[in-house]
Ligand binder design. Sequence first.
Ligand code: NAI
Ligand code: MG
Length: 478
Amino acid sequence: MFIDGRFTDGGVAERIVRKSPAHGVEVASWPAGDERSVNKAVAAARRAFASGAWSRLHCAQRAAVMRKAADLVEANLEKFALVEALETGKPIMQARAEMGGVVNLWHYAAGACRTIRGESYNNLGENLFGLTIRQPVGVVGAIIPWNFPLIVLSERLPFILAAGCTAVIKPAEQTSGTALMLAEVLAKAGLPAGTVNIVTGTGPDAGQPLLDHRDVDMISFTGSTEVGRKVLAGAARNIKHVGLELGGKNPFVVFADADLKAAADAAAFSMCFNAGQCCVSASRLIVHKSVEAPFTRMLAKLLRSIKIGDTLSPKTQIGAIFERAHMDKIMGYVNNADAKIVAGGKRAGPRRGMFIEPTLITGAKRAAPICREEVFGPVMTVHGFSTYEQAVRLANDTRYGLSATIWSRDASSCLRAYRDIDAGRIWINTVMEDGPETPLGGCKESGVGREAGVMGIEAYTEVKTANINLGERERWLG
Ligand code: NAI
Ligand code: MG
């Protein structure tokens, strides 16, 4: 763990061991942190916040530390990518690209840090004048999932730091390596001790005490909707701020006039990237009936051509499913779909099937679990529509609202659907392409709040208003 500027086992003897899901060999272990570790980390973060060493530092100096951290990640990119690939089971080429994305996020936040500002109200009459300032929210607890360990952390931590907050990070117990490496980088870059603390451990043992802690001012949580509800319950204790990015059941809508070849490639990418273990992965293909059959054939053919296998080979496009239990869960949805499997449907690759073939399913009933629940694997169901209204109804027929993808050559169809489909992030004639500038998050049961962009910094600030009399106040009692 990393607490108050030092690496420590926190006095915890028990360790969590991680085996590479693609290779079956041990690649890392961390202390199984608990409430005591969380208490120490929160106390360190509180002391650091109160000292002002970070929260009151000039924004140019804050930016300099974050830029230096970005440069150090870049200088060690190979090592970061290897650790990420081994712990998650993702292909090495993908891990390298993600680490490039991490560097970009830290650079962006370093610059955006210098845009924080307040407002003035010069329209309140002769005597009254208003001001707002943005102040850091305080100590932020961030709970991070295993699917994009360093990307998800970097969509949050540099923004938390840019706002002037201090943090306690609880990475996923399966993939804590790169968070710890980042802590080392931040220390080298000159971040004051206690500003960022990393507590390793499981959700119930190390995550839950952070949610419940009365001296934590905000929780930023990314993961399942189920645990998202626990975040809100914990937040009720001391009325914490919360940012939640949760599950999705994301539609991929193809209108009849779409560039079908391009759309099929995008659909394959959307469902297979990171083996479908992305909160924004498309999992429901909603396609116009006039092109449904040829489009499904085209997509099925593409899916069969995808290279699954050794994650350390630069040719591999789909890596391992991150954990045996998760693979069993995905295969459970596929085996109980009670529908036609037109591509894939089986375990694949080395290591007695820790890999899953990209799977396309037609004819599944809309009430079936595979059509309603987040499967989080390379699996998509196909649903036909005849009218625009039907397409939107199908797209919105879910309790989630994280992302959606729309393909059409007609700008007004695209823009109408952008307006009508419930999702925090929409892609039009592209997929899963974005930059640190654009906010991300979900609606409905996919979350609250937005990360990244200038909004992503503002999320970690509190607005304080001043009403100032410039003349003489009108007396109440004369
Ligand atoms: P999870 O929500 O349990 O885990 C995410 C993070 O929350 C981890 O760091 C975990 O240790 C922590 N956590 C778990 N229980 C906690 C608790 N009681 N208090 C505080 N922190 C806690 O997700 P899990 O179990 O890894 O995956 C289950 C399903 O959730 C997946 O199959 C997938 O559908 C969804 N999921 C969605 C993600 C997304 O990006 N939206 C990411 C990971 C999972
Ligand atoms: Mg869980």
